[in-house]
Design a protein. Sequence first.
Length: 178
Amino acid sequence: MTVTLESLAAELRTLQASEQIRQRVYGFSRALDRLDRGLLAAQFWPDAEVDYGQFYRGPIAGFLNVAMQFQGGMRDTHHLVGNIAIEVNGDSANAESYVHACHVISQGSELVQLQVGARYLDKLTCRGTEWRICFRTEVMDWGRWLPIPDRWFENSQDMPKGIRGLDDLSYRYLRTVP
């Protein structure tokens, strides 16, 4: 295979697009865990649509409200994203991302953990030089509802703990992450 300046430039554009797309996927999860509405909105184009089935289907503006209320009703959340497959085709792309989410929910004096294995399925577009999500759906692969019998985390003071919101320690380090 002959390497040309044009083929290198095309490969570089694809690599840049893929990295921007990964950052959108990661930014979505970070926004949910930190309850950062502005960061959540920044992952989508203003005219984006989402389809979460009966949970929510419609424009991104309404989803922002629903997502912040739903995630805010939980004591803790932690989304871990991996296995991101990206197909770039010019100024559009499709992506599938695996997510493992853990949610701690208070039920009276008891705590339960909702564990979910799912996949984000995204359509993205590039406008100018910026990639954002224009359509998102989530496919649920499995889920578990588990009681939390011990209180080790609540009683442990050995390390700094995460905070849901903009006062989380990470914002001292990553304020400019999209």
